[in-house]
Design a protein around this ligand. Structure first.
Ligand SMILES: NC(=O)c1ccc[n+]([C@@H]2O[C@H](COP(=O)([O-])OP(=O)(O)OC[C@H]3O[C@@H](n4cnc5c(N)ncnc54)[C@H](OP(=O)(O)O)[C@@H]3O)[C@@H](O)[C@H]2O)c1
Length: 378
């Protein structure tokens, strides 16, 4: 089987190495040949070899290419994926941005063209969460997913907690170590997490999940003092993405949360990711591991194994559930508030922060304009 890789960056390189070196029984049993590696400039080819090319149309128009790995994360990725599918090539992608925006459309297109779309590495890096949910969603009604699906923000929060750094210091450290981008907005404002939880929700619940309809609250106003107050009530602060089916609707939230300090999620530290799902038969299950870096390449190559084995990855939505932001759930919150707080809502005051009684989402949403920072107890 002849394949093409689009991109030879941080993840593309280790994917290339695994497939090119053909170590292990899988590669000995299957004749998989890399025919093209698309790069941007020929002078960037890591070594001289005929398969490096800058011409995507060669790949697109080569009928021998059966499977294309999209590992660029570029503006043109969506266009290239679509064009490959239209030329009856299956796709393995790690691209959460494209999948979050075009999941159903690309899946339908793949189905129409008799090819397959694999996306394990789009969420959770090396953690096999996509195939896990896919294998679980038909005979097991999953009704809630929650997790830490962004290593950058978990790194920042853990550094504040364990290394006593301020938010700015922790962010700088994460940037220095390559865990955070120069512009960290997509991570610290929750946009990365909301894409990922929406993809997971779509798979778990079998419905289309538009991430634009979700509720997202960033962590830029987090302080060490707030985290200390959380510790005083036996809680640890974590930045969590969650979704839940409530009254036949899907509520999708990305917000700072307080977990019991003896909950396993409290010990998910630094760049590690964690996803927990709840099903009627499976009950509570969890996966944990590195959500980025070289482990991602393993997840991508595992999609190749599933493809060769004839695995059917289709997740085309089979039911219609409305997606909503923060408007169904009730909660207990720790709140830093600008102004006079309604003490009828308060259970306890800790270091000047208000720990509320259980309040509904309407009450919470009314408080929101004056909230400087908050975390919800889960
Ligand atoms: N890094 C992770 O830990 C991780 C984890 C999970 C998922 N992912 C996903 O994996 C994908 C790749 O991430 P990465 O970290 O490997 O990014 P990266 O290091 O920036 O690599 C992207 C590669 O694609 C190349 N490229 C971009 N546009 C191209 C084009 N038009 N034609 C040919 N080559 C092009 C880039 O070339 P230049 O270097 O010349 O620009 C670069 O070599 C993204 O979708 C990302 O979201 C990454």
């Amino acid at each position: 089987m002849k394949i093409a890789l689009l991109g030879n960056g941080n993840i593309g390189r280790p994917v290339f190495d695994i497939i090119y070196n053909k170590e292990g029984k899988f590669f000995k049993d299957n004749n998989i040949e890399i025919k093209y590696v698309l790069i941007k400039r020929m002078d960037k080819a890591p070594f001289e070899a005929p398969f490096f090319t800058t011409d995507f149309t060669k790949i697109e128009n080569d009928p021998e290419i059966e499977l294309v790995f999209e590992i660029m994360g570029a503006r043109v990725s969506y266009d290239f994926i679509k064009r490959c599918i239209l030329k009856h090539k299956s796709i393995i992608t790690a691209n959460k941005a494209v999948i979050a925006d075009h999941f159903t459309e690309l899946e339908n297109l793949a189905k129409e063209n008799g090819v397959k779309l694999f996306l394990e590495a789009a969420v959770g890096g090396g953690i096999p969460i996509i195939s896990t949910l896919h294998n679980n969603n038909l005979v097991n009604n999953i009704n809630r997913i929650e997790g830490i699906v962004n290593g950058t923000t978990n790194y920042i929060i853990t550094s504040m907690e364990k290394d006593n750094l301020s938010y700015d210091e922790a962010l700088k450290k994460a940037q220095k170590l390559g865990f955070a981008e120069a512009d960290p907005s997509a991570d610290v404002l929750g946009y990365d997490m909301v894409r990922k939880i929406s993809i997971l929700s779509q798979i778990a619940y079998g419905c289309e999940v538009d991430h634009n309809k979700a509720y997202v609250y960033g962590i830029t106003n987090i302080t060490k003092e707030f985290m200390n107050a959380a510790n005083k009530v036996g809680k640890t602060l974590k930045y969590i993405a969650s979704s839940e089916i409530i009254d036949g609707k899907v509520e999708v939230l990305v917000e700072p949360c307080l977990v019991d300090s003896d909950d396993i999620v409290a010990s998910v530290n630094y760049e590690f990711n964690f996803i927990r799902y709840f099903g009627d038969h499976s009950q509570k299950q969890l996966v944990y591991g590195k959500g980025a870096g070289p482990a991602t390449a393993n997840a991508i190559v595992n999609d190749l194994r599933l493809y060769v084995a004839g695995y059917d990855p289709y997740i085309v939505p089979y039911r219609d559930l409305e997606v909503i932001g923060n408007s169904l759930s009730k909660g207990v919150y720790l709140i830093e508030y600008n102004g006079i707080f309604d003490m009828n809502l308060v259970d306890k005051v800790v270091d000047g922060y208000y720990l509320t009684k259980e309040i509904d989402s309407t009450t919470f949403n009314n408080l929101l304009p004056n909230i400087k920072f908050y975390a919800k107890c889960i």
